[in-house]
Design a protein around this ligand. Structure first.
Ligand code: NAD
Ligand code: DAU
Length: 355
């Protein structure tokens, strides 16, 4: 079947895995990667598919209505998978407004663009049209020692990042209710894997262990996250995109809770083994530092609905995923060097702007 799908944020961490999966799995689909290439967007992530006949890159900013409308009018997508966002909690504490602009206003701009091409003259959208919004479990707030986030859990965002994502979720839902724009939202737990920008816990700590730099554990280190391998998130998005119920929401998670300090010790052990270092050597790098303000104590996703209704399950165990991830970082020191120095920005100039 021929389809045209715009994937926003396709040059980022999760987006690049979603783009790759769709480009390879659906040769009949035209995949348009719409990305502004902020500090987090890196086309090197997609070097292996950039020449695929069904892949197109469009540099556009979701805050620029003219740029988005042009891409929508040029390609007339029947599906949109929206991942573009400011995604790092610590940055949101330093500059909340950036998160309001990109995550809230950028999302509303995209909803308007979809509405314009799908719902002209009060028509209903076509049966294949779908605006798929990729959200986070952080909109539900923090859990105590027990319990899970379900789809019905009330919103209670605690950081500027999660407040901006919650707001964008509400706009997506409101466009479904008010204009019958066909929408679906998913809420995923913490992702990890290749191409993760080294500002987030796992890639930052892998990089620091490799270079024997301190590992800054926030607060008492007993905060808990539910980790999912990024390639499993991509298959979940594929499943929901093709089989999910319009106007519904789904939680995605790994049933894989780890306290930060236990995860950090596991990382140290695995890297020490791989690099032939003495047992316990890298753990000495652990440094407890001042806590993140408003730090959510525990996240845990109940992913029963997506598993029962749509048959999706994670395919990779945590030890396998983490081991693959560490190997990827060890083998891609150049990538790490480029993203930490900003050098990757040159890739766009070399590959695209001179064409
Ligand atoms: P990321 O920061 O790695 O990538 C974000 C991408 O969006 C980048 O390619 C960037 O260039 C692009 N972008 C940012 N602002 C833009 C703008 N104004 N116009 C166009 N493009 C822009 O993010 P990620 O970790 O891959 O997260 C992707 C999505 O998934 C986000 O919506 C995030 O909220 C959500 N999410 C992330 C996680 C996680 O663990 N990383 C978990 C659940 C949900
Ligand atoms: O739950 C989904 C969310 O997961 C996504 O929506 C976000 O985009 C993504 O960034 C992630 O948010 P977190 O804040 O959970 O991820 P981060 O990697 O920043 O932190 C994970 C945990 O590790 C958290 O408890 C804070 C802690 N931490 C983080 C860093 C960067 C540290 O102790 N030290 C650090 O240096």
């Amino acid at each position: 079947m021929q389809r045209t799908i715009i994937i926003t944020g396709g040059a980022g961490f999760i987006g690049s895995h979603v783009v790759r999966l769709f480009v390879k799995k659906y040769p009949g689909y035209r995949i348009v990667n719409l990305d502004a290439l902020t500090y987090a967007g890196n086309l090197e992530n997609l070097a292996d598919v950039e020449n695929a006949p069904n892949y197109i890159f469009e540099k556009a900013n979701i805050l620029n209505v003219g740029e988005i409308d042009k891409v929508f009018n040029d390609y007339h997508p029947d599906g949109i998978i929206h991942l573009a966002a400011e995604s790092h909690v610590d940055r949101s504490i330093l500059s909340p407004l950036d998160f309001v602009y990109t995550n809230v206003i950028g999302t509303v701009n995209l909803l308007n663009a979809a509405k314009k091409i799908w719902l002209t003259n009060n028509q209903e959208a076509g049966s294949r049209n779908l605006f798929y919004h990729v959200s986070t479990d952080e909109v539900y707030g923090a859990l105590g020692q027990t319990g899970f986030f379900a789809e019905e859990t009330p919103y209670s965002p605690n950081s500027p990042y999660s407040a901006s994502k919650a707001s964008s979720d509400h706009f997506v839902r409101a466009y479904g209710e008010t204009y019958h724009l066909p929408v679906i939202t998913t809420h995923c737990s913490n992702n990890y894997g290749p191409n993760h920008f080294p500002e987030k816990l796992i890639p930052l700590f892998i990089n620091n262990v490799i270079h024997k730099k301190p590992l800054p554990v926030y607060g008492d280190g007993l905060y808990t996250r539910d980790w999912l391998y990024v390639k499993d998130h991509a298959t979940a998005i594929d499943t929901v995109f093709h089989k999910g119920k319009i106007f519904d929401t789904y939680n995605i998670g790994g049933f894989n809770e780890w306290k930060n300090i236990d995860l950090v010790k596991l990382l140290c052990r695995l890297i020490d083994e791989k690099l032939g270092r003495q047992a316990g050597e890298s753990e000495k790098l652990i440094t407890y530092v001042k806590d993140r303000p408003g730090h959510d104590r525990r996240y845990a996703i109940d992913a029963t609905k997506i598993s029962k209704e749509l048959g999706w399950r994670p395919s990779v165990t945590f030890e396998e995923g983490l081991s693959e991830t560490i190997d990827w970082y060890l083998q891609n020191q150049e990538w790490l060097k480029h993203v930490t120095s900003g050098e990757y920005q040159k890739y766009y100039d070399l590959q695209y702007s001179k064409q």
